[in-house]
Structure formats: structure tokens, C-alpha cells
Design a protein around this ligand. Structure first.
Ligand code: FAD
Length: 453
């Protein structure tokens, strides 16, 4: 990219301090957590943008995109860079659009809808919402760092999904505004079903500049850890609590041994050799949950009030994709998959996977409610990486036995498995980014100048 563009963009913003060109800063802001995957590590190491631009409002984004469109410069949006698929890693250099300065919670409406800018950290929004009696419906375990815009662009669900589904469900994203990458960029409002044009499109078809996010009434929570001798018993108990609407829960996460042994900072919550479940459960139901668990042979290894995101220990720090992080800290040969088991045949599916892969495939389940109300035994299994071929063998075998896999070892929207069959994300890209300049290379079904069918 021509070095004169740094000057061009600085002039545009009237503030050179928000155009970063120092190689170390640009490198840092071109990375995310793709290195969780040994496959992506090989593909993406060394990929960097040419410079970073830090807008503070939608009008500036329009000006930046107008400039980049005219000069055919790629633009990759960045929230906090905690994505796992190399979503925010620019494949073809250009501008990294760092949205961290657009961090205003504009309003929390009386009906529990937060209106905010994309760079707001989810943890900030959760704290602000709780002051007013609301909380997030679902959030990734990276809540402290991750941004709202990045969650919409690249995330799917997390803590809370057991009760409220994923980000795409139950109109959790009420509306959003995007800036288009046209010769004359527009600000376009997407409401209702139309939010799906943009959700989980990895910033390939518009830059989200304002979000209307549905919250849920806040609950006083307790954290609780329960150990069982066998994983099967832990799974049965988790499934029972997750699936029974009488229990008010935010997290139901069973782990197979030896996964709990990776959680070194919370050794006190772990019972050697046993499977473990981490719960966030309504404070008013915690004692009852513990009584029921004991009757089923469970051992309560930890129980305490949840006092917000600063609570220590914070059990959610060991769940969702944080589990993989703890495994990798113990042995860097571990990596992960993202799966959804069949609620009816899950036990048979787990048995077949165990028979085939033994301890190369360790169960870490995360329950979530699907859009049609079913309780899905989701999973982020910790898997031992030997070769890419063996990893692909695991993915193929999962699919053979009916386990859905969103492959986290590919670097495109389609391969990640959360692409929509109705093609709405691709259609939006055709409309909003006809030259293919937004995060190029990440939506592989897109061809410049070709209309989607
Ligand atoms: P980024 O990584 O910066 O961006 C993600 C994608 O969105 C990129 O493609 C980027 O280009 C695009 N984007 C960013 N901002 C915008 C914008 N304003 N407009 C358009 N596109 C934009 N994810 C989950 O869903 N659930 C989990 O529980 C979870 N747990 C995780 C645990 C760990 C330890 C790690 C490392 C990751 C985890 N993730 C999880 C992935 C990630 O943390 C979340 O998806 C997070 O919400 C991403 O937010 P971010 O601000 O870091 O986004």
C-alpha cells in the first residue's frame, strides 16, 4: 500500500494520532486468537495490515470507506481481536479499522434494549445494564475484553445461551446500523429478520456502527461446582438441569476428567479423577440444586455468591472457549472443535467418539437453547492434535455419526459452519461491497461482479 495513504487518511480525520503506522502496533492490531488452531497458525502467521485507523463515529467511517473504495484499499474491521478463526486478521494488508474508540453505551431503554456503539466492551455493557436491573442474555467467556460489534461480527453465544439461546435467536439483536463499502458509503438500518444479513459475516459486508441489543431482567446468581465419579453421571445431571425450565440458570458446563486438572488456579474446585460441572444458578435455587446433586452422587466442591464479573474465582473463566486455553497451557498439543450433538442420540454419539478416539477427544459440553426451544448438548471438546489429517478424520467421524461441527480450523465464513443457507450474508455483500474490499478472502463464495443466486 502506498505510504502516502497514511497522510491521506490523517488529513481526512484531521488527527494523525489516530492513524497508526508503527510496525509493532500494526502487527499487534492485526492479530487475534487464531493460534488456538495449529492449522490456522501455519496459514496466518505473518499476515498484517499496512496501517490502523481509529474512527470515533459513523461519519468518519463513511469518509474512510469512501477513501478506501476510491483507492481500492482493503479494510478489515477490528473489535478487541479475541476471535478464534483469524476473523480479524487481514489477508491482503490494507487498513485495519480499529473500532475500540467507539465505546459509548448510548441508552438502556425502559423495555430492556441497550443502544450502543460497536466498540463497547461486553463487560462494560453488562455492568451498566445490571445497575438498571438488566443483564446480557448471552455473552462469550471473553466478556471482559470482547466488544459488542465483534461479538455480532464473529461470535455466536456463550454464558446465558442455556436460557436465552444464541445471539441469532429470539431477536436478541433487535437492530443494527451498518456503513456500506460503496463509492458513496451509506448508513443503513437493519431491523428484525434483516439483522441476519450482517450477523456473523466477519465484517465482510458492512461495518456495524450502532446496535440495539435485547437484555433480560437481572438475576442474583450463585456459582457452584459439582464433581461426579463418572462423566456419564455428570452429563445426565447437567442435561436434567439444563432441560428443566424450573431451574433459572446461566451456565451448565460439564467436563470430562482430566479437563478439570487443567484449571490450576481453581484447584479447590476440582476433585481428583472426577468429572466436574460448573453452574451459574439463581441464588434462591442453589441450596436445592446442591441437595438434588448429592442425592445423585454428586460432591459439591465449590459454592459461593456471584458478585459480578470481578468475583473470584469466576467459574465462567474456565468455560466456553476458555476451557481450551487452560488445556493448551498444560499441553500445547491440545486444540478444540465446536460441535452440536443430537439431543436424542447424544449418548450413543459420545460412546462412538470415545471408542474411536479415546482420550484424544475429551468432552467439554455447553448446553444452549436453540431458536425452536430445544436444549442442544453443544460441545467444545478438547482434542489432541497429531496431524491435520487426524484432525480432519475426527471432524469427518463426528459428521458421520450425526454430530454437527462448526470447523474452527478454517479461515472463512462458510467453512466455519455458521453461514446461512439462504445466502443473505452473501447477498448483502453483493449490495454493500461490490468491489470485495471488506475483509477480503473471508467470504469465499463471493466473486466481484457476480450476482448471488
Ligand atoms: P474481533 O475478534 O475483533 O472481531 C470478530 C469479527 O467481527 C472479525 O471478523 C471482525 O472483522 C468483525 N467485526 C468486529 N467489529 C465489527 C464491526 N463493528 N462491524 C462489522 N464487523 C466487525 N465466542 C463466542 O461466541 N462465545 C464464547 O463463549 C467465546 N469464548 C471465547 C473464549 C476465548 C478464550 C477466546 C480467545 C475466544 C472466545 N470466543 C467466543 C470468540 C470471541 O472472543 C468472541 O466471538 C468475541 O465476541 C469477539 O469479539 P471481539 O471484539 O474480540 O471481535
Amino acid at each position: 500500500m502506498d505510504s502516502g495513504h497514511a497522510t491521506g487518511l490523517s488529513t481526512l480525520l484531521g488527527d494523525a494520532s489516530r492513524v497508526l503506522t508503527q510496525p509493532q502496533a500494526v502487527k499487534q492490531l492485526s492479530r487475534d486468537f487464531y493460534w488456538y488452531s495449529p492449522v490456522l497458525r501455519r496459514q496466518l502467521d505473518g499476515k498484517v495490515g499496512d496501517l490502523v485507523v481509529q474512527p470515533v463515529n459513523a461519519a468518519e467511517i463513511q469518509a474512510i470507506l469512501r477513501y478506501c473504495n476510491a483507492h481500492e484499499i482493503p479494510v478489515t474491521a477490528r473489535g478487541a481481536g479475541t476471535g478464534n478463526y483469524g476473523q480479524a486478521v487481514p489477508l491482503h494488508g490494507g487498513v485495519v479499522l480499529d473500532l475500540a474508540r467507539m465505546d459509548q453505551v448510548e441508552q438502556i431503554l425502559p423495555d430492556g434494549v441497550a443502544v450502543c456503539e460497536p466498540g463497547v466492551r461486553l463487560g462494560t455493557l453488562e455492568n451498566e445494564a445490571r445497575k438498571l436491573g438488566w443483564e446480557l442474555r448471552c455473552y462469550p467467556s471473553t466478556i471482559m475484553k470482547a466488544s459488542v460489534g465483534g461479538f455480532l461480527g464473529g461470535g455466536s453465544g456463550g454464558v446465558g445461551s442455556v436460557a436465552h439461546g444464541n445471539l441469532r435467536d429470539f431477536q436478541t439483536v433487535r437492530a443494527l446500523e451498518v456503513v456500506t463499502m460503496e463509492a458513496e458509503p451509506r448508513v443503513v438500518l437493519h431491523e428484525g429478520e434483516a439483522v441476519h444479513d450482517i450477523l456473523h459475516a466477519w465484517g465482510t459486508n458492512g461495518i456495524v456502527t450502532r446496535i440495539w441489543l435485547t437484555l433480560t431482567p437481572a438475576v442474583e446468581w450463585s456459582q457452584c461446582a459439582i464433581a461426579f465419579d463418572q462423566f456419564e453421571a455428570a452429563f445426565d445431571f447437567s442435561e436434567r438441569i439444563a432441560g428443566d425450565p424450573r431451574w433459572t440458570k446461566r451456565l451448565v458446563t460439564p467436563f470430562e476428567w482430566p479437563i478439570p486438572s487443567f484449571f490450576t488456579p481453581v484447584k479447590e474446585c476440582v476433585s481428583h479423577g472426577k468429572a466436574l460441572i460448573f453452574f451459574l444458578i439463581a441464588e434462591t435455587q442453589c441450596a436445592e440444586l446442591e441437595t438434588v446433586a448429592r442425592k445423585q452422587g454428586g460432591e459439591i466442591t465449590y459454592s459461593g455468591r456471584y458478585l459480578g464479573l470481578r468475583t473470584r474465582p469466576l467459574l465462567s473463566d474456565y468455560t466456553w472457549n476458555h476451557t481450551t486455553l487452560w488445556a493448551m497451557r498444560c499441553n500445547e498439543a491440545y486444540t478444540y472443535l465446536q460441535c452440536a450433538f443430537d439431543p436424542v442420540t447424544v449418548r450413543d454419539q459420545m460412546r462412538q467418539l470415545k471408542e474411536r478416539f479415546g482420550n484424544e477427544f475429551l468432552f467439554h459440553m455447553e448446553f444452549w437453547k436453540s431458536g425452536d426451544g430445544r436444549m442442544i448438548p453443544g460441545a467444545i471438546p478438547v482434542v489432541y492434535y497429531r496431524t491435520e489429517e487426524r484432525l480432519n478424520d475426527m471432524i469427518s467421524f463426528c459428521r458421520e455419526v450425526g454430530v454437527f461441527v462448526a470447523n474452527p480450523h478454517v479461515n472463512n465464513v462458510e467453512g466455519g459452519g455458521r453461514y446461512r443457507a439462504d445466502n443473505v450474508q452473501l447477498l448483502a455483500k453483493q449490495r454493500y461491497d461490490p468491489k470485495g474490499l471488506l475483509n477480503p478472502g473471508k467470504m469465499i463464495t463471493f466473486k466481484a461482479g457476480e450476482l448471488a443466486r
